[in-house]
Write a protein that binds this ligand. Sequence first.
Ligand SMILES: CC(C)(COP(=O)(O)OP(=O)(O)OC[C@H]1O[C@@H](n2cnc3c(N)ncnc32)[C@H](O)[C@@H]1OP(=O)(O)O)[C@@H](O)C(=O)NCCC(=O)NCCS
Length: 179
Amino acid sequence: MWKKFNQLLARFKQEKYIYVAHEITRNNRVFQVRMMRETDVKDVLSVERDVYFGDVPWTRSAFLLELTNPLRNLYLVVAEEDKIIAFAGCRIRQKDCHITNIAVLSSHQNLGIGTYLLAEIKKFAESSYAQKLSLEVRMSNKNAQRLYRRFGFESEKVLKGYYTEVKDDGLSMVYQLEG
Ligand SMILES: CC(C)(COP(=O)(O)OP(=O)(O)OC[C@H]1O[C@@H](n2cnc3c(N)ncnc32)[C@H](O)[C@@H]1OP(=O)(O)O)[C@@H](O)C(=O)NCCC(=O)NCCS
């Protein structure tokens, strides 16, 4: 009985999550939401440069590594007329769904797109039987912290000196999932 259960579990873990591309409407504008592809990485880096003032905290190779990572993960992009305007990604680590990255082009912020991406990640986490969502955020990034708190995240602990390049502390936040 246990052997069968474990075999089923192992098979489940190997299965790729099927994310169905779809459209959403915000402020009468139509956006496509779909899984990130390797060919998107150039545009994803442009979104990073826009929101991090020319910096790319995640390089091209970091994204490519994630997209080919055998661990269970989900990387999404949001596009408007084929132009990528937002992305988000997460990775399952045992019972934890860790949000690794999220950004929305500054011209497209405050439309609810960040919140939508978090909700899509939450669905993925639930389907992967994760028990919580987790992330780290810069202590000075009050905008992002507000988004996470409004979504339901709670502060966990202060990570002193976590961001060495920008010399900022980090804050770890968690969202407990039901069941
Ligand atoms: C943090 C970030 C991802 C938020 O994305 P976003 O798409 O602007 O988030 P949302 O639009 O869902 O929410 C932002 C605000 O818009 C408001 N909003 C949501 N839908 C809205 C709508 N249809 N019309 C007007 N306002 C809306 C929300 O209430 C929220 O308000 P608040 O800040 O007062 O709580 C974005 O600011 C960003 O990319 N920042 C730079 C990168 C970054 O810091 N990433 C996080 C690293 S940990």
